[in-house]
Design a protein around this ligand. Structure first.
Ligand code: G
Ligand code: G
Ligand code: MN
Ligand code: NA
Length: 254
């Protein structure tokens, strides 16, 4: 079987699972959101990471049904957590350029929310910078629809692509998720710190929230707090975890 055929079968046989990585408030450290990250529970290879199957899904177009499954699994999960009686936090879903340009993402999200009785502000959408720069009519319309529905939009891996802040402002993005390479460089020297400070300052000037990704140490966390970074995510806070672990986190909050 080719990788493509295996992945197609995996989607049919429901082998995809969603892990969740916490995002916390920069000031209080409180849980603010969860990033949904797909995993493939392969019958013989064990749990496979996205790097091993997302590129194949992208090339073959299987990212469309895969994305639809992820969104529906996330909404089902929110229903389950709600049934446990814990206050919910939004879940942030990754959407690729190909998905957004398919023109079906907003309808897929709207249908899943409707099916599950979930409020639109419980789903956030992360799209990579490269998906925003094309100025594709379809992508812009999709983003506008999601925005109107009430789902917050974030630019993922910010700083690795070529989007301008004016473009992001026009697209009404709620915030940027600064690529983890910038976080990794924070402690390299004053200029690296200054670079991050400039990103925070520019984003805030146009009312965009800043999420730092890839926070791996207490030192990085403290520096980011000093820069006024709004939210943090990374292994130092928590790796992506299964849904059962999230329930414990949600319960601990109250
Ligand atoms: O989970 P991990 O950190 O290994 O994710 C690696 C990459 O795979 C990240 O860029 C992430 O955005 C992407 N990814 C993970 N899950 C999904 C998904 O459900 N849809 C899309 N489009 N990308 C995903
Ligand atoms: O492209 P995106 O931001 O969606 O990718 C998320 C990916 O980053 C996931 O694969 C996740 O496992 C990984 N990740 C999350 N936190 C950290 C971290 O602190 N350090 C590193 N190196 N990777 C991280
Ligand atoms: Mn992401
Ligand atoms: Na990212």
């Amino acid at each position: 079987l080719t990788r493509q055929a295996q992945l197609k079968q995996a989607l049919e046989q429901d082998e995809l699972v969603v892990y969740y990585q916490p995002r916390v408030c920069g000031r209080t450290g409180e849980l603010t959101s969860l990033e949904a990250l797909a995993r493939w529970r392969h019958p013989s290879c064990g749990v496979m990471q996205p790097d091993d199957f997302i590129p194949v899904a992208e090339e073959t177009g299987l990212i469309i049904p895969l994305g639809e499954q992820v969104i529906n699994k996330v909404c089902d999960q929110l229903v389950q957590w709600r049934a446990e009686g814990v206050p919910l936090v939004p879940v942030s879903v990754n959407v690729s350029a190909r998905q957004i340009n398919s023109g079906s993402v907003s309808a897929v999200i709207a249908a899943a929310l409707e099916r599950c009785g979930i409020a639109p502000d419980l789903i956030e959408v992360e799209i990579t910078e490269s998906a925003t720069v094309g100025e594709s009519v379809v992508a812009s319309a999709e983003l506008a629809t999601l925005q109107t529905m009430g789902s917050r939009l974030y630019v993922d891996d910010f700083g690795t692509g070529y989007s301008s802040l004016s473009q992001l402002r026009r697209l009404d993005m709620h915030g940027i998720k600064v690529d983890r390479s910038f976080t990794a460089q924070l402690t390299d020297g004053p200029q690296d710190l200054a670079l991050f400070r400039a990103i925070v300052s520019m984003a805030h000037a146009i009312d965009m929230q800043v999420v730092a990704e890839g926070v791996e140490s207490a030192e990085q966390l403290a520096l980011l707090q000093g820069l006024g970074c709004d939210e943090m995510q990374g292994y130092y806070i928590s790796p992506p975890v299964p849904a059962s672990d999230v329930l414990l986190m949600l319960q601990k909050r109250h």
